[in-house]
Design a protein around this ligand. Sequence first.
Ligand code: NDP
Length: 288
Amino acid sequence: MVAHILDGKKIADSMLRSVKREVATMKRKGVIPKLVVIQVGNDPASTIYVNRKHKTCIELGMKSEVRRFPSSVSYGRILGEIRELNEDKTVHGILVQLPLPEHLNHKKVLETVAISKDVDGLHPYNHGRNLLAKSGMRPATPTGIITLLESTGAKLEGKNAVVVGRSNIVGKPVAVMLLNKGCTVTICHSKTTDLGRFTKDADIIVCAVGKPNLIKGPMVKKGAIVIDVGISRLKDGKLSGDVDFKEVSKRASWITPVPGGVGPMTIASLMCNTIAACRDIEWPQKSG
Ligand code: NDP
């Protein structure tokens, strides 16, 4: 068996084309969706991600602003900045690029973002809505993962899904989303003993760790769908996922490449969240 490639770039491009059309319609109605990204410090990987988000917004005809602060910025200054953006009627989405320096309480910072503008879906309220399977902003990477899984045409209900990684950004929210889709979900992490025992039984593996080649061929059941979220930079400068692509693609039915799998879907999902926030703020529907 040779796995089909789950082409995140292709699916993301199609999502972005539809976002672009909606932005054009919003503009004709006099509204331009605007995303503001807050970056603290100058971590090179964060800068690449922030620039990519900015560039995509501009390509789609949206407004984008990046507010950069030195690592020494005070906690009060960041909270004040977010509160100001919460009140700014021209801003529809606010994203705080993680990780933040230690001295900033990242939980409190994320809680300060207005729920209606929380396009990263990381406010505890939005995590709670996900847990309760209620509508709301969902984190971008988990949303992208679910879209990729659904694009295979496979029925998710009844499948055994193993999520490796339990972060608040990827592992936990995607596990909840899979549970809400009717999967039987196992969450593994650094304290899990014998990871392969769990992955070998999985119809779906989502790996979000950041350790190259953690998932080897013999750890994967024949026909499984494998989503590789991890991104690590190898010594030779190349990017690597968490999955041994060469070995695992001989066993899986579908597999995401790195790069070109989950990464583009994260950006596309963020753009979808931003126009959804704009729609909800500018043209609120009466909720039942
Ligand atoms: P975190 O570092 O927050 O979480 C990593 C998780 O992996 C933790 O839960 C940790 O367990 C677990 N873990 C560590 N070692 C092992 C191991 N040997 N076996 C099983 N589990 C292990 O990372 P993130 O969730 O933020 O990101 C994970 C990866 O995904 C990174 O490579 C990141 O760059 C990438 N990423 C990619 C995105 C994309 O768009 N493609 C978006 C976001 C992230 P414990 O909790 O016990 O410490």
